[in-house]
Design a binder for this molecule. Structure first.
Ligand SMILES: Cc1ncc(COP(=O)(O)O)c(C=O)c1O
Length: 419
């Protein structure tokens, strides 16, 4: 495999941080990734040299317009769509609130929306709030044994009154990847719109919105080596039909009709550079994946190759980490069964220790992991883990190494013995 994690790490200045004498190990990817130097440089370059509002006659404004055009193209290559189908926003949650409210303008009491118990609150709350307009919210259950969506329940809750089905591509709580292509097709069969939350998926495998055929998909740049902005994919005809929440004077065509106020230009410049970074990985690794790149050209080909390289690097580390965790007495790993599609988000509990205690112990050794419910609050509740502090979550990113995993495993083992 041509992917070289050591070379990649060199591009991330934060890898040099030392905590209590230990090199910092960023095992917190599902909460947000580290940023390569070139992304930080791009943000700085924009702020220093090109910073302006759009549609002006002068150089920096013309450059800001051009930057936005280019950034839309970059995300179109990430999603496999046209740049008119890409909108920018503050973050995925805010994008989803705006989308839900726009869709709701054309709904009536008694219409139904499907959300799932495995979803992050960012893909539940924006829909749940519509209950106050008389919309009925249906929660699809999770098969608790396997931490996967209960597909029979999903099928059973879809009906001719379902207007929207919202579900994630991958769970930020336990890493489960859902069969979103199938779920989109099932929702379309009853005439519902679909929102796929790809926030936890997008760094872990290639996205092809045309293949999965979803109407909407959202992600966040800060989970993808970039700054804190959110990005929406919307099918052009669906965005055109939408009565978006906006000021009267704002452009009324896709994709600008979704973007209220002045955007975070420097963030968008950095986010597009993060896509370029992934494409640069793909450029060096494409030969490892030629059979999966048939028909793709240019940056889209490189982005897909980059994502395939990241996925191929992370997957064996994920399997190794789960296998080794399961050998530690008192550890219980939560997530899909072996062989089921999953991301490198791995969650567990340690007997007689709260997740916070585990996370604090690991933090003292320079190992950054999350604890709690990570806003996958409903999942943690139905798993019966709310009172005990949720889960410990290790999330691997493509800059993590086997050595860091060994350090985490040794520390967990050590802590387990202290009891
Ligand atoms: C699966 C998932 N969906 C949605 C969100 C919310 O994203 P944002 O912070 O951009 O609103 C997150 C954030 O952790 C997430 O992991």
């Amino acid at each position: 495999m041509r992917y070289d994690a050591e070379l990649i790490r060199k591009q991330f200045p934060s890898m040099a941080r030392v905590i209590n004498g230990f090199p910092a190990a960023y095992l917190d990817c599902p909460g947000g990734t580290q940023v390569p130097q070139r992304v930080a440089d791009k943000v700085l370059d924009f702020l220093i040299w090109h910073n302006a509002n759009i549609h002006g006659a002068f150089a920096t404004s013309v450059e800001s317009d051009a930057m936005l055009v280019d950034a839309r193209k970059a995300f179109a290559d990430l999603f496999g769509c046209s740049s008119e189908e890409v909108s920018f926003g503050a973050n995925a949650t805010t994008i989803n609130f705006n989308l839900a409210h726009a869709i709701a303008r054309d709904l009536k009491p008694g219409d139904e929306i499907l959300i799932t118990d495995i979803d992050h609150e960012g893909n539940r709350g924006p829909w749940e709030i519509l209950e106050e307009r008389g919309i009925i919210i249906r929660n699809v259950k999770v098969d608790l044994e396997n931490c996967v969506i209960d597909m029979a329940d999903f099928a059973g809750k879809l009906n001719e009154r379902t207007r929207v089905a919202a579900f994630n591509y991958a769970s930020n709580g336990v890493g489960t990847i859902s069969d979103v292509k199938k779920m989109v097709a099932m929702a379309h069969e009853v005439g519902a719109l679909t929102m796929v939350d790809a926030v936890n998926y997008v760094l872990h495998g290639p996205v092809d919105v045309k293949d999965i055929d979803t109407d909407f998909l959202m992600c966040s740049s800060y989970k993808l080596f970039g700054p804190h902005i959110g990005i929406l994919y919307a099918k052009k005809d669906k965005m055109e039909a939408l009565r978006t929440i906006k000021v009267k004077e704002q452009e009324n065509w896709a994709s600008l009709k979704f973007e209220t106020g002045t955007l975070n230009h420097e963030g968008i410049a950095g986010a597009a550079e993060a896509v370029e970074f992934i494409a640069s990985i793909g450029e060096t690794c494409a030969e490892d994946f030629t059979n999966k790149l048939v028909g793709l050209t240019g940056r889209r080909r490189n982005v897909v190759a980059g994502m395939l390289a990241l996925e191929a690097y992370e997957q064996p580390l994920t399997v190794y980490l789960i296998d080794e965790l399961e050998k530690i007495p008192g550890v219980k790993v939560y997530g899909p069964p072996k062989g089921h599609p999953r991301t490198s988000t791995i969650s567990f509990t340690l007997q007689n220790r709260s997740p916070r205690e585990v996370a604090e112990y690991l933090a003292s050794k320079g190992l950054f992991v999350w604890d709690g419910d990570f806003f996958a609050s409903k999942l943690i509740f139905v798993l019966g883990l709310r009172e005990s502090g949720g889960l410990v979550r290790i999330g691997l990113a493509p800059y993590n190494t086997k050595e860091e995993i060994e350090r985490a495993l040794a520390a967990i083992q050590e802590f387990a013995k202290v009891i």
